[in-house]
Structure formats: C-alpha cells, structure tokens
Design a binder for this molecule. Sequence first.
Ligand code: GRF
Length: 197
Amino acid sequence: MKRIGILLSGRGSNFQAIHRAVERGEVQAEIACVISNVPDAGGVAYAREKGLTVHALSSRGVPREEFDRQVIRMLLDAGVDLVCLAGYMRLLSKEFIAAFAGRIVNIHPSLLPAFPGLHAQKQAFDAGVKVTGCTVHWVDEGLDTGPIIAQAEVPVQPDDTEETLGARILEQEHKLYPATIQAIVSKTLPVDESMSS
Ligand code: GRF
C-alpha cells in the first residue's frame, strides 16, 4: 500500500476529502503523516481527531531551507511515497523538490496555467471568464507551474459571486484530488518520469 504525506496550512477540506476517500477504500493508500506549518490550522485538529500522525511546526521566522529539511526528514521517516500538498501555502526549496522528485502533487483552484498564485477564484471572477475550475499538477519550484495531471471545469454562472463560484470549485476539488491520487497510487497514471530524472 502506498504511503501518502499531506502538507497543509489551513482548514484542510481537501485533506478531509482525501481522508474520507481513503476510509471508503476509494483511495487505496495510507495517510502516513500530516504536516502543517501552521500549528492551529483546522486540518491539524481534524487529523488529530482521526488519530493520524501529525506534525505541526510553525515555519514563522525559520529559513526556508532549514524548515524544509525538517519536513523532508519527517516525510522520509514516515516512508512517504507521494507528497500531497493540500492548501500548503509555501513554495518548496530545491532540496525538497529533489528529495521527492516527481512525487509531489498539488491542487489549485483554477484551470492552470490561467490564474496561478493567490486568490485564483477571484482572479477568474474578475477576469470575467465563462469557465474556470481546478487543476491537480506535479510540483516543481515555481508557483503552480508543474506539469498538469488532471482538471475539472466549473462554468461561471451569470448570478455567481466570488463566494458561490469558489464554493462550486471547491466541490470539484474534493472529487478531483482523491480521484487523481488514486490514479497515481494505483499506477493508472505513472509517476512523472520527466520530473524524476
Ligand atoms: C484550495 O482551494 C486549494 O485548491 C488551494 O488551497 C485551498 C485549500 O483549501 N491550493 P483547503 O484547506 O483544502 O480547504
């Protein structure tokens, strides 16, 4: 059984969706550990409640390389095969990417390469696009720039607000992310060779 490491910084609704899918057997993997750089993040409380292995360590004021080295160590100790970023609000150091080359995925609330970075839902809403959505992609050193694995579209309705649109995107995220992780761990979708070489 593949071992997943979850990295988060916030409420962790995507993590919860992955956890539920694991419990239902829809994702055939084990959540080996949950790591948060924000100790009081909602996702941390949920992980503890579920009895998962949790590491909550503040990244505030810690140099990136030094912080990432601690996280790498925790992931290696937990024997993690696949690192899933779930609202992890940090860029990863070169060393981190190298340690898990081609084995780090992220979910982003837009159809990348459109609207990378913060507030992607607002960016799409303000741009007046008719369709937006979410993307699961391999992670490289850039901001939401790695190769795209899967996407789900969400049409923008005329009466949408930024909030209603964001909520519909999130619903899709909660389906797309577990389904994509299952495709990866079941090898329906191979680990990205281009990124692990
Ligand atoms: C999601 O919109 C995800 O796409 C983005 O950060 C948000 C995390 O939300 N990367 P949650 O913590 O999973 O609820």
